[in-house]
Design a protein around this ligand. Structure first.
Ligand code: SF4
Ligand code: SF4
Length: 368
């Protein structure tokens, strides 16, 4: 498929690939292996394949593309690796090299092309109108994110209703995709879209950005391209952190459980704020079998939902089996992407509901 080429992975990552002891501890945690049972798709398999490439024994072929591009970047493997191998960061570096050598999964080529021309990852022409103040002066900007804006608009309506209920003085902006995900799949972020977001946010004079999307939170707080927001002294919060500061005065007897999104949990270390809100109103809260840093990935991240849809849904089904096991009537999550994948994977026979926390809170508010 492609000429044999050496990847240009950094020495630090080469050392980590060599350090992989093949112990297989990652196997129990990798969602891609868990849904496919294929060793080449496990974190260990990925490291072994890259070692072969680096030592000149394997070409960049379709099997390699399938393995390296089928990673949700969930970081479960890195969290549990006794040898300190940061698999998702190595995968991201390898993808970048593979893209530069013209060896990439077509779904990711398409994602990059869409963001060359459009301002959202779905290539939609019409931005959704949530009927809220937009591009106004306000102390808070609510940044929705592509999934919330174009696919999970009911969840976004609930989040906005909740902000209204709490009498938060906020504005939306004419937002564009934060483009952070492009760096996960081997491409560069889009300066045109980054600048548009930065200018629009700063023009509001806001002191706080609240994101509906954990990935946007990571992008705004960590990517160099969004440094002007941090230099302007803006506080950047995920909605779950913002809500944890509020007194909601709600309660329910429903058996509620919580799915930790990888981007909010393992990647941003935000585990307790969502639980503080949920536990304060749901005394029958129950943890899933795997929770906090050990939470199973829903299968949507790293571009896997778009490129490997069937396996992505199977990963979500594995997660939903845990909801059944603990007997919850509703599973909440703080990520529109997780909510989207979990809801799509839920079988009709499964009687529990999949909701974002704001959706659940708005239900309780409307019932009270
Ligand atoms: S847990 Fe770490 S060292 Fe062990 S096989 Fe997986 S990546 Fe390699
Ligand atoms: S980051 Fe997640 S999906 Fe990727 S190899 Fe590690 S455990 Fe598997």
């Amino acid at each position: 498929m492609t000429k044999p080429e050496q990847l240009r992975i950094s020495q630090e990552f080469r050392d980590q690939i060599q350090r992989c002891s093949r112990c297989g501890f990652c196997q129990a945690h990798c969602p891609v292996f868990g849904s496919t049972l294929r060793p080449a798709l496990n974190a260990r398999g990925k490291m072994l394949l890259l070692k072969e490439v680096l030592e000149g024994r394997l070409e960049l072929n379709e099997d390699l593309v399938e393995s390296i591009f089928q990673c949700t970047t969930c970081a479960s493997c890195a969290t549990n690796c006794p040898s300190g191998v940061n698999v998702p960061e190595i995968i991201k570096a390898a993808r970048k090299d593979m893209v530069s050598l013209g060896t990439c999964h077509p779904a990711f080529v398409g994602m990059n092309q869409v963001l060359e021309q459009s301002d959202n990852i779905y290539g939609e022409d019409e931005p959704p109108d949530f009927g809220r103040p937009r591009n106004q002066k306000a102390p808070v900007v609510y940044f929705i994110g592509c999934v919330g804006a174009y696919r999970e608009d009911e969840a976004t309506e609930a989040a906005l209703d909740l902000l209204d209920h709490l009498q938060v003085d906020y504005t939306l902006i004419d937002e564009a995709c934060c483009t952070g995900v492009l760096e996960d799949v081997g491409y560069d972020m889009k300066p045109r879209l980054v600048e548009r977001n930065v200018e629009a946010i700063l023009a509001t004079g806001a002191k706080t950005i609240v994101t509906g999307c954990p990935y946007c939170l990571r992008t705004f707080t960590h990517k160099e391209q969004y440094l002007p927001l941090r230099q302007a002294g803006l506080e950047i919060l995920h909605l779950s952190q913002f809500l944890a500061r509020q007194d909601l005065g709600l309660s329910t007897e429903q058996v509620v459980t919580y799915h930790d999104p990888c981007d909010l949990g393992r990647h941003a270390g935000i585990y307790e704020e969502p639980r503080r809100t949920i536990k304060s109103l749901a005394p029958n809260f129950v943890e899933l079998t795997h929770h906090h840093a050990e939470a199973l990935c829903c299968g949507a991240g790293g571009g896997v939902r778009g490129a490997f849809a069937k396996n992505s849904l199977e990963m979500a089904r594995r997660r939903l089996r845990e909801v059944e096991e603990v007997g919850a009537s509703v599973v909440l999550t703080e990520c529109n992407s997780c909510a989207h994948n979990l809801a799509n994977a839920k079988l009709r026979a499964q009687k529990f509901r999949v909701l974002t926390t704001p959706q659940f809170l708005m239900e309780l508010i409307e019932e009270s």
